[in-house]
Design a protein around this ligand. Structure first.
Ligand SMILES: Nc1ncnc2c1ncn2[C@@H]1O[C@H](COP(=O)(O)OP(=O)(O)OP(=O)(O)O)[C@@H](O)[C@H]1O
Length: 601
């Protein structure tokens, strides 16, 4: 096994970045060579330059493309927004255009790209279409959940040379679409490999590999077919973890590791590969170190901050920061992450409809839209066509706010996103890395802001363990900048955020708005319930940081502009909490009671 490590990590601190917040130097992003020097076909190089305006390859492209062209199995770990998509698509196209006789549709699928989400599926397909412009005989296509099966069947019957797919729908077609020809399959690519597994597609992937006869013998495989071509499998992500190790063991043979440093791979597995070993099965698995101690590749020019907000003031602070950002720069794109679909729906309606005038609250005529920017939403419970519309709109808009769940956290490449706000904290550091990776792409500058309650600040230490450090956001300065009743509260020092006049006034206005709108009240209640459920679902080490029992549910309700904690859920939730406390007490008391009983008798 050979390892090729990416460029040296920059050691610029977050503070230095803020003082000197500009684009990453070109040399940090692009290699000093050309696409043609990597061995790609001239027409493909022309296409990359003329149609896509790619002048030079990025570092990961320069490292990985020759290795992929050489037919190696590859595991790529490179920062978000460094061009991994072209890294795997270009070599595949290079080889396919070179087949004699020319490939045609009747020969079915030659390359398969597996992705975790529908949006990423569409995005990869769009890039494929651009790259294939000069190679009309190579047909791109996609299959994914939410689309019409029968239309997909018809397309598969006609033949798709490079197929992009989500795992569930692909497996469906492998089982049920007999006209789907995959006997010529030569490449299987897992884009965002770790996410595919995290979403619970592990079983599907095993079945897919079995169906395609690409699961390695010795890993419980049914299929170990002899193929006309040597199969080549590729795994890529900005974050690789233990789960990927399993997939790598199953699907990669003697892989070349690109961008993976010594810390992430245990020394005994760094086998030097000899030329004659190339086709040998990987004798030893790749062992990643536990993800809790691994450093992640974050764009060096990304400015990362956190804001510490008491629970009850969260909503007001969110709205205030958004207002501040859009007033400072109207033409910008921001992505705002939530933990649940209900939370997205509530905040989307609130931000789209809430009107207010901080200067004359009594006069309805003076009310203005609180946030004047185009607002969009994206989550997994939306209809497919609405997801498609949002995805397209946020790609083309110059100024917009996108509210989303983690469905937008992986791989999506929205141009010119300026800032990422994580209003609800991510599941773990991996998700943090991917969420913030929607900005600061390809050397562009970008900001990220993580909301934390005072009881959650230990999360910063968890991120530190992964080499991610955040500076504090100057919240008070921002709150003080808003004029209230025509005056900016100058000179006064407000010690607590909850008692800041701007916060108090805006909170009151939000609560009145919600109270007056039954539709909004229901959305708020639903969002409250699912938010609490999501909070209880934090896994692993994070359970000790995001502890439901530390939450004040009345304050949580306030963060949904509810004057009271929703009674129904509140009751059942309180009952659960009480029961848990009772059980805990019982556990502690158990032996003592026994002793008491014993002493009585
Ligand atoms: N050589 C290049 N020159 C200029 N732009 C490029 C080049 N390669 C890729 N890009 C652009 O860089 C952006 C990021 O690429 P891509 O989405 O493939 O990144 P990624 O590494 O897959 O990110 P993520 O980890 O978030 O999925 C895209 O807009 C892409 O068009």
């Amino acid at each position: 096994m050979v390892k090729i490590t990416e460029k040296k990590k920059t050691t610029t601190t977050n503070k230095e970045k803020m003082n000197n917040n500009k684009k990453e130097p070109e040399s940090e992003i692009f290699a000093s060579c050309s696409f043609s020097s990597l061995g790609l076909h001239p027409s493909l190089c022309d296409q990359l330059r003329d149609r896509m305006a790619f002048e030079a390859p990025t570092h990961v492209q320069a490292q990985a493309i020759p290795v992929i062209l050489a037919g190696e199995h590859v595991l790529v770990n490179a920062a978000t927004g460094t061009g991994k998509t072209v890294t795997y698509l270009a070599p595949v196209i290079h080889h396919l255009q070179d087949y004699t006789p020319r490939i045609d549709r009747s020969r079915g699928t030659f390359a398969l790209v597996l992705v975790p989400t529908r949006e990423l599926c569409m995005q990869v397909y769009e890039i494929l279409q651009k790259l294939l412009h000069r190679f009309h005989w190579i047909v791109p296509g996609y299959v994914m959940g939410g689309e019409s099966r029968s239309k997909e069947k018809a397309r598969l019957r006609k033949g798709i040379s490079i197929l992009v797919a989500t795992p569930g729908r692909l497996l469906d077609h492998l089982k049920n679409t007999s006209s789907f020809v995959h006997t010529n399959l030569r490449w299987i690519i897992f884009d965002e490999a770790d996410r595919i597994l995290e979403l619970g597609f592990g079983k599907e992937i095993e079945e897919i590999l079995d169906f395609l006869g690409s699961r390695k013998s010795g890993s419980g495989s049914k299929g170990n077919e002899v193929h006309e071509f040597k199969r080549q499998n590729l795994l890529l992500s900005a974050t690789l973890n233990e789960k990927v190790n399993h997939l790598a063991k199953m699907s990669l043979e003697n892989p070349v590791l690109i961008g993976i440093d010594d810390k992430k791979v245990q020394p005994d597995t760094l086998l030097e590969r000899k030329g004659s070993d190339m086709n040998k099965e990987m004798e030893q698995p790749i062992k990643m170190t536990n993800s809790s101690s691994a450093d992640y590749n974050l764009p060096a020019q990304l400015v990362q901050r956190y804001v510490k907000v008491p629970c009850g003031a969260r909503l007001v602070v969110l709205l205030s920061i958004l207002k501040h950002l859009f007033e400072r720069e109207a033409s910008q794109k921001i992505v705002l992450f939530f933990s649940t679909c209900d939370a997205v729906d509530f905040h989307y309606s609130l931000l789209s409809e809430f009107q207010w005038s901080p200067n004359s609250q009594s006069d309805a005529e003076h009310k203005q839209q609180f946030l004047r920017c185009k607002t969009l939403r994206l989550h997994g419970n939306m209809k497919q066509e609405d997801r498609r519309t949002t995805f397209g709109a946020f790609q083309t808009e110059k100024a917009a706010l996108l509210l989303s769940t983690d469905v937008a956290s992986r791989g999506l490449d929205f141009p010119k996103v300026k800032c990422i706000i994580q209003y609800d904290s991510p599941g773990d550091a991996t998700e943090y890395v991917h969420r913030v990776g929607r900005t600061a792409r390809l050397g562009q500058r970008g900001d990220s802001l993580l909301f934390l309650q005072p009881i959650e600040v230990d999360y910063l230490q968890d991120l530190e363990k992964h080499g991610v450090s955040l500076a504090e956001y100057p919240l008070m300065k921002v709150l003080d900048s808003f004029p209230l009743y025509g005056q900016v509260p100058r000179g006064k020092k407000f010690v607590s955020i909850d008692l800041h006049p701007w916060v108090l006034t805006l909170q009151k206005a939000l609560e009145s708005f919600i109270l007056a709108e039954p539709k909004m009240k229901n959305l708020a209640k639903d969002a409250f319930c699912s938010w609490v459920r999501a909070y209880t679902a934090h896994r692993g080490e994070l359970k000790g940081i995001f502890m439901v029992k530390k939450l004040h549910l009345g304050h949580v309700a306030k963060s949904f502009a509810l004057k009271e904690q929703p009674s129904l859920v509140g009751k059942s939730f309180q009952m659960q909490t009480k029961k848990r406390k009772r059980d805990q007490k019982q556990k502690q008391k158990g032996p003592m009671r026994k002793r008491k009983v014993a002493s009585k008798t």
